[in-house]
Design a protein around this ligand. Structure first.
Ligand SMILES: NC(=O)c1ccc[n+]([C@@H]2O[C@H](COP(=O)([O-])OP(=O)(O)OC[C@H]3O[C@@H](n4cnc5c(N)ncnc54)[C@H](OP(=O)(O)O)[C@@H]3O)[C@@H](O)[C@H]2O)c1
Length: 279
């Protein structure tokens, strides 16, 4: 069964979803990408993360095709470019995303990364879209703890639904300060690149051995680790049915204390502040 994470407004969303970066870039791959996302939905991976940036709108089109006729089954996350994140341009950007996605409302709309637009203008833009029913809630991405504090200092800023940041076994910097800060606000983190983009730990012989001992695949071990505390959402991207099924198998997996302890040794947590990791 798919575990859930509860957003600040009380909405429960799947702890394990699907990413879409690099989808919609190649017409020849489109049918397979749509099929992979649909298979993921069938497996319960019903949170889908996309962005106007991915494939210059192509990933939103692929997502729209995948969810056609089953929009109600899906929790849809998309992101606005920082340069579009002001009162005027955000509406046009959101409407274009909605059209590509084939829906009239985005469940969670994120500022993709901090840019030049004053945060207060972005927040005002989000609120207006929410008032008008184009989005249900909003949040941010690639914000470190200082940016989060600035955001939460704004009137209404604490209505933020998530901070989407890079997090996996090989990149644990957020555990030093950002993750504890978010926990203090009861703010779930959404982990992008939870498989380290298929590199790093996933290829590490120590992780592969621990996964075999735990009777999991390496990807399942990485995903179960990201989701271990029930307040982090993982959004792996998978382009093949095998990968989709493998990842879906991580939903609800519990890690034994000895596995967790071995992972702490092989992939240690940060001991001091690190710059927020990004891709
Ligand atoms: N907010 C941001 O700035 C930001 C930045 C980056 C990503 N994201 C979001 O987060 C999502 C995930 O990040 P990501 O796509 O960069 O990296 P990722 O999910 O960590 O890794 C994706 C890679 O892992 C492979 N893979 C998937 N399942 C696997 C499995 N079970 N076994 C082995 N390999 C597997 C995929 O191959 P196949 O494709 O061949 O299956 C792909 O090459 C993105 O798609 C995007 O939606 C957000």
């Amino acid at each position: 069964m798919t575990a859930t994470v509860t957003l600040p407004d009380g909405t429960a969303v799947p702890a394990l979803g699907q990413g879409t970066w690099h989808m919609g870039e190649d017409a020849a791959a489109r049918a397979a990408e749509v099929y992979a996302l649909q298979a993921g939905i069938d497996h319960g991976l019903t949170l889908i993360d996309t962005a106007e940036m991915y494939g210059s709108g192509g990933a939103e089109r692929v997502t729209g095709q995948a969810i056609a006729g089953r929009r109600d089954e899906v929790f849809l996350v998309s992101k606005v470019f920082p340069h579009n994140a002001d009162l005027k341009r955000m509406r046009a950007a959101c409407q274009a995303s909605l059209q590509r996605l084939g829906t009239d409302c985005i469940d969670l709309y994120l500022l993709h990364w901090p840019g030049g637009v004053p945060l207060a203008d972005t927040l005002a833009g989000f609120e207006r879209l929410r008032d008008d029913g184009l989005i249900r809630r909003w949040g941010v991405s690639n914000f470190d703890v200082g940016g989060m504090r600035d955001w939460f200092d704004l009137p209404g800023g604490s209505a933020c639904a998530t901070d989407q940041v890079l997090y996996h076994l090989g990149s644990r910097g957020i555990e030093y300060d950002l993750l504890p800060w978010c926990r203090d606000q009861a703010l779930p983190v959404m982990a992008y690149c939870p498989l380290g983009q298929g590199r790093g730990p996933l290829q590490d012989a120590r992780l592969q051995r621990l996964a075999a001992e735990a009777d999991m695949s390496p990807a399942q071990l990485m995903l179960a680790w990201v989701m271990r505390n029930k307040d982090v959402i993982a959004i792996p991207k998978a382009g093949t049915l095998d990968h989709v099924a493998d990842n879906a198998g991580a939903a609800g997996l519990q890690l034994a204390p000895e596995t967790l302890a071995a992972l702490e040794t092989c992939f240690p947590p940060p001991t001091r502040k690190q710059a927020l990791d990004i891709v």
